[in-house]
Each structure stands twice: as C-alpha cells, then as structure tokens.
Design a protein around this ligand. Structure first.
Ligand SMILES: Nc1nc2c(c(=O)[nH]1)N[C@H]1C(S)=C(S)[C@@H](COP(=O)(O)O)O[C@H]1N2
Ligand SMILES: [Mo]
Length: 537
C-alpha cells in the first residue's frame, strides 16, 4: 500500500466510507451510460407510440422558445441551416454533463443522483406537455427515459460501490485494492451494456421516426391535383341556420377517427403502390404517381362507423377527391365466381366489400386521396383510402390501403368479421337530434328542434319528431346534397312548460321507416330511435 487506505474510515467520519476519488470518473461514466439507455428507450418509445413525444426534440423546442432573439440570430449567423443540429448537439452535451454529475452525486451523496435524474425527467415532461398540440401520451417517452435512467443509475452505482466495500481477508494476487476484479469487470460490463443498448435503441428510434418525418414532409409538399370532375355544387338550402346543429360538411379536425392503429401508419407516397390481385385476369399495380395522373373525381359522401350508437357521433360528411375503384377493377377483370374484394391496409387491417358494390356504375366507390380540399390527413388514411357510399366503414373504408384481393366471401374473412361482426355492413337508416341537447332548459314558446338523418346511397324521404310518445309530426327537410350524404332537418316545436322527451324517426327514399326496436351495434349496426329530454320553464 502506498497511501492511506481510502476505505479506512478516518476518525470522526460517518459509517458510510467516503468513496475514493478515483471512482468519480467511473461514476460519471455510469451516469452517462444510464442516461444514454434512458434516452434510447425514450426515442424508441417516441418513434413507436408518440411521434411528438421525443424528449430531446421537446427540450429543443423549449430552448428555442426561451433563448433570447439575439442568441438565435447569432446561432443562425454562425451555423446557417445547421442551427437545429447545433441545438441538438448542445442539448446532448448538456445532458451528458448532467448525467455525469448525476453519476458522481449518486456515488458520493445518494440519492442525489436519482433526484437529479428525476428532476431532468420532469423538465423533459414539462417541455413535452408545454407544446400546444401535446397529448398525455406524448409524455410517455420522457417518463420512460426518467425511469430507465434512474433504475440503471442505481444499479450501476451500487455495483461501483461494491468496489469500496472492505476487501476479503485473502485477496488473490493482482486484485485491485478494495473490491475485486470481478466487481470491476461486472461494473464495466453493465455500464458498457447499458450504453450499447441505449445507443442501439436511439439509432432504431431515429430510423423509424425518419420514415415518419418523410411521410409528414411529403404530405406537406403535396398539392392535390385539380379534379377532372368537380363535386356537384352543394345547394345553399342544404344547410339550415340553427345553432348547435352538426355542420353539413364535417371539418377534417372534427371528423371522427376509428382504427386499430396504435400509431398512425406513415407511408412515404413515393413508395406507395396498390396491387389488385386474386381472382383477376390481369393483376394491376399502381403507383401514387399513376393514381394522381388519372382523372380524379370529387364527391361528397357521409361515412359512418358500425359502432355508432343511436344518437352517437361516429359519423362525418366530407367532400372526397378520388378515382372510381370500378375503373381499376375493370382493368383487372375479375373472374367468374368472385363476389368480394378484400382490401388490406399497410398495417395489415382488412375489410370485405361486396364486389358488386365496387363495380356498380351508380355507386361512387373511390380510392380517395383528398378530403375537403386537402390531402388525406395522416389519421384518415394518407396517402390513399377507400370511401364507399352506403356501407359502414369497417367493411369498406380501408385507410392506408395497399392491396385489393378479388376473392369470395366463402374464402376470406376480414378483420372485424373474425371478431364477431357481420361480413356485410350496409348502413341502416337513422337519425339524430342535435338541438336541443338532452338536459337542456329553455323558456316556453316555439323551440327549434334540428338534427341530421341519413340512409346513405338510398336517401332520406322524411323525418318525423314525436313529443312524449304523442303523434309523429313531420319535420322540414333541408335540401339534399345527394342520396349518399346525411340531410339536415328542423321542426318547430310549440313547447309547453314541463319536462318532455323528444324522439326522431327517419324514412328512407325507398319507404323504409327507421325501427324503434333497440339493437346493439354488434353485429351489424345499432337500431332504435334517438331521444332527448328537455325541460321547458
Ligand atoms: N387501415 C384501417 N382502415 C380502417 C380502419 C382500421 O382500423 N384500419 N377502421 C375502419 C372503420 S371501423 C371506420 S368506421 C373507418 C373510419 O374512418 P375515419 O377514421 O377516417 O373516420 O375507417 C375504416 N378503415
Ligand atoms: Mo367503424
């Protein structure tokens, strides 16, 4: 021994021996490895589940918001368009310094290292959630980073501290003083493994999110081609001016979203193709450019979910831009006996649509690329989805569609069919009261009752309203856009004091009256009448 044994507590020192200085460098290394593992896990989680949740990017955004203008200008002057890279490098260096400090603190003053780690994680959570578009899920990656880093830090520093434990009485020749070679090797192995796993996760996360960014950027650059056939003009008289009624055209941001995708598929349109295969004479393959070069048609179609309960809001109406699927099927030439098209999305979801619906001259089944004048939003199927008037979404409206297999109902089943839903899903005639809202209180006098009614592809002939189980009164229908869209209606109610229940009932253009028999959404759509209870003062 050359110097005083650092493990020997000096007089007056506390029970915990002071770790030797030479371990500080290793502790710093452990801190950095733990942080790297945490960040790697976080970037991977962000890429997979919460594209807006990257802690590094969120902290970057926070820094951009907080630094004074002159700093930004200086950085841009010095680094030009590399300013973002510089920012990331600065954040990475800052994180490394913090992580090293956490390692050393955890060694000499536990649990201060963990406290620092949790504080840094908290800052990242704050940075993520302070962005205007953030959802709670976006905080997940930062929390993952915090937990992984704190746990690893504890494990690694505990290993390291084993080295400061009193040496066994008989140390083998060549062992380091304090602890053993085995301890040291274990510590280095754990530290190296943490850092390596973190680095690999980081790289995978980056690769995955690069695909995401490519899809976002491509969508941002993409301008829809002009329609060869524009949608029939929507008559002014199709919209009634009643406060609280659902708008005739649903804004994309308000359009309901239903799918099984935990993360929205992000497809780079330059790599997108549609294959038409199965029972066809000619297999067809189409690129996005091929599709856009075709004469695209606009059409307004109401889409709804089979899971929409009576009175529910899983329904929306949009003007779509797309190309008739029947023309593509005509190129493929389905063979005799085929009666179904199984459409498949990029993420493996499937829908079974009757072939005769898709080939029908009079039904506007399309491959859509545009929604209300803009490219399909990512969550509504960018770059290409199906829209088929008259069928529930689960048997027709495949988003992110990449393949159409012409087949038979007795040969293939689809995603929801396999889970107890009907193999066919024509939309049922239905109606909804939008105003007054259930539970509303208003004064006596004439109350405007209004809502929407739909029987896609058949059309609405009449809507009736009933008060407290009395006579069915005929409502006034707004003008129709077409048989494929919902229709607004109003009824002037001479309301008297008391609590009343209003019910609505639609009749389709074929004369079918909406049934009041209640049926659950499974297996092929809910039935029954929507009702609201209103108190008149
Ligand atoms: N790829 C894919 N497409 C899908 C689904 C899905 O889960 N995955 N859900 C379908 C269902 S059940 C409905 S109701 C509609 C909803 O379309 P929207 O989210 O654009 O409103 O999409 C259909 N297309
Ligand atoms: Mo659905």
């Amino acid at each position: 021994m050359t110097g005083p044994d650092p493990r020997t507590p000096s007089a007056g020192s506390r029970a915990r021996p002071r770790p030797p200085r030479r371990l500080a460098g290793l502790a710093a290394l452990a801190g950095i490895a733990a942080a790297l593992a945490g960040l790697g896990a976080a970037e991977l989680a962000a890429a997979l589940f919460a594209p807006a949740g990257s802690p590094v990017l969120a902290v970057g955004a926070l820094v951009i918001d907080l630094v004074p203008g002159w700093v930004k200008e200086l950085v841009i002057a010095l680094f030009g368009t590399n300013d973002k890279t510089v920012l990331i490098v600065v954040i990475a260096l800052g994180a490394a310094v913090l992580a090293a400090a956490a390692g050393v603190l955890e060694l000499v003053r536990p649990p201060l290292g963990r406290v620092l780690t949790v504080a840094a994680g908290g800052l990242a959570v704050f940075a993520v959630l302070s962005r205007s578009s953030a959802s709670t899920l976006d905080a997940l990656p930062a929390v993952v980073a915090m937990v992984v880093a704190a746990v690893l830090l504890t494990v690694l520093i505990t290993r390291l501290r084993a080295e400061t434990a009193p040496a066994p009485a008989h140390t083998a020749p060549g062992t380091a003083p304090g602890g053993t070679d085995v301890d040291r090797r274990r510590f280095l192995a754990y530290t190296g493994a943490s850092a390596a796993v973190g680095a690999v996760a980081l790289v995978i996360g980056q690769v995955v999110s690069a695909g995401t960014r490519a899809a976002d950027a491509a969508r941002a650059r993409f301008t829809l081609p002009a329609p060869a056939v524009t949608a029939p003009e929507i008559p002014q008289a199709a919209s009634v001016a009643v406060d609280g009624i659902s708008p005739l055209i649903t804004a994309n941001a308000d359009f309901y979203r239903i799918d099984t995708a935990l993360q929205v598929p992000r497809i780079d349109p330059s790599t997108w193709t549609l294959k038409i295969t199965g029972m066809v004479d000619n297999e067809v393959e189409l690129s996005f450019a091929d599709l856009l070069a075709l004469p695209l048609e606009e059409s307004t179609t109401t889409l709804m979910c089979v899971s929409n309960p009576v009175g529910g809001d899983l329904i929306g109406n949009a003007t779509w831009l797309g190309y008739p699927i029947r023309n593509l099927l005509a190129r493929a030439v389905p063979t005799a006996g085929a009666d179904m098209v199984l459409s498949r999305s990029q993420d493996g979801w499937t829908a079974s649509t009757p072939l005769e619906v898709l080939t029908d001259e009079n039904r506007n089944a399309i491959l859509a690329v545009g929604m209300n004048g803009v490219p399909l939003p990512l969550e509504h199927g960018y770059p290409v989805r199906m829209v088929v008037p008259g069928l529930y979404g689960y048997v027709s409206a495949t988003k992110w569609v990449v393949e159409l297999t012409v087949t038979r109902f007795d040969q293939h089943t689809a995603y929801w069919t396999d889970r107890g839903w009907s193999e066919r899903g024509p939309v049922k005639v239905s109606s909804r009261i939008d105003v007054p809202r259930s539970g509303a209180r208003t004064g006596a006098g004439t109350v405007t009752v209004a809502g929407v009614a739909w029987a896609q592809h058949t059309g609405i002939r009449a809507v009736h309203v009933q008060v407290d189980g009395g006579a069915w009164e005929e409502a006034t229908l707004a003008a129709a856009i077409s048989a494929d869209t919902w229709r607004q209606w109003t009824w002037s109610w001479p309301a008297t004091a008391g609590t009343h229940t209003l019910r609505v009932r639609a009749t389709d253009a074929a004369g079918l009256v909406q049934t009041e028999a209640r049926q659950d959404v499974i297996p092929d759509g809910a039935t029954g009448l929507d009702e609201v209870t209103v108190t008149i003062a």
